[in-house]
Design a protein around this ligand. Sequence first.
Ligand code: MF3
Ligand code: CO
Length: 253
Amino acid sequence: MIYIKSPDEITKMRQSCLIIARLFQELETLIKPGISTWEIDQFADGFIHNQGGVPSFKGYSVPGLPPYPGAICASVNSMIVHGIPSRETILEDGDILGIDVGVYKDGYHGDAARTYMVGSVSELARQLLEVTDRSLAAGISQAFPGNRVGDISATIETYVRSKGFYLADDLTGHGIGRELHESPQIPNIGKKGKGPRLEAGMTLAIEPMVNVGTNRVREKGWEFSTADGSLSAHFEHTILVTDGEPEILTRCG
Ligand code: MF3
Ligand code: CO
């Protein structure tokens, strides 16, 4: 069942999503060599609460794992997603850091991710970030009524492959609203014209996870990394399907 959000629900989702967009702006100055991912998590937790929200991920449960402990996910270099913030993970010049944030407010979630450069990074890292961000934009451009989920997926896949990078196996985007994860799943690989049809009022979290060297993933508890140790990047927006252009809810202005 894919929920179509009412205008009132959309207003609430805009609020949750805006908190994430503002947090990402704040993090631009906070993220530097020498800071730990635990300190970033503490800052994010405080910021979200100050804005009247609750971090969606903290305490999130899946079978077989302890509840997720962080307010955010902080995934360094070859870690793809769900990196647990830690006092021991101190950022170094040249690292890339994926930050994934969910915010719950007034009954609705927003979800977004972005990969930051720490100090000055390699040319390869810079390219990976650019390709991942552009693949997200390409996917979002397909989110209009009458198109299908597969149009988003295929567009992301075609773009990433054309740049010689890989999409992480089995990790997908999702519908979002009252629940952090709703139908439909939004895979990052797929076929045009396949899958559920999109309608105005759907809210979707689209999230390509792109690796330099392999599609294969290694899972350790919550944390997913590339099987070959190569770099990985993650960008995600919560978007609203409208009768015109898709609206990116997790972006300021
Ligand atoms: N954006 C991630 C996702 O949709 C957030 C994971 S939530 C966590 O899967 F709680 F599992 F970390
Ligand atoms: Co998500």
